[in-house]
Design a protein around this ligand. Structure first.
Ligand code: SF4
Length: 189
């Protein structure tokens, strides 16, 4: 290899003599890095979404290939986060694709030491039965003075940070219709 070509492999030489004086582009590239392409380039489509972790609600771009999530990045068009994600949001692809993600309904009966798998319909029926039972057992028709209450103290709702307005509206409607007083959301920072 000639001396000139050998020296030309040094990034600092290319930076000082080429068209990339700040060393942010070609001057800093090796043949290997020049041949790399971001995996986002091979995505079939990009879906706008919101980070599910906290109440900030940073906007995300979800890159999909063959109907699988291949990358999640910040959305620069968001007026809230302007393309930024914190470490949790940056790692949220693992929330979708991680091998430790639980994909089935898991149930541990009272006093049992082992978890069972349940199908979703069975689990939903069990939840509905418990809601109705708790509502009934906590029901207060009147107070000590005989004034009408018609409420239950057996139920409460605590919403998650990424519930949107419409979901919170429906949750409030549902729990108020059930007679619950404590309807809250943890979206406070
Ligand atoms: S990226 Fe971080 S700050 Fe933004 S919503 Fe997600 S967890 Fe919250």
């Amino acid at each position: 290899m000639g001396v000139k070509r050998w020296i030309g492999r040094w990034p600092v030489y290319r930076q000082l003599t080429g068209e990339d004086p700040l060393g942010r582009g070609k001057a800093a590239q090796s043949p290997r890095s020049a041949g790399l392409a971001p995996r986002t380039e091979s995505a079939d489509r990009v879906v706008d979404s919101i980070c599910p972790y906290c109440a900030v609600g940073c906007a995300q771009r979800v890159f999909v290939k063959d109907e699988q999530v291949i990358q999640i990045e910040g959305n620069p068009h968001s007026p809230i986060s302007r393309g930024r994600l914190c470490p949790k949001g940056s790692a949220s692809k693992q929330l979708v694709t991680g091998p430790q993600r639980v994909q089935k309904v898991r149930y541990r009966p009272p006093y049992a030491t082992e978890w069972q798998d349940l199908d979703l319909d069975t689990a939903m029926d069990m939840v509905a039965d418990r809601v109705l039972d708790a509502r009934r057992r906590g029901w207060q028709d009147v107070d000590e003075a005989g004034k009408t209450l018609r409420r239950t103290m057996g139920l409460a709702s605590l919403g998650g940070a990424t519930l949107d307005n419409e979901e919170n509206y429906l949750i409030k409607k549902l729990f108020t219709a059930l007679g619950a007083l404590q309807v809250e959301n943890q979206a406070r920072i």
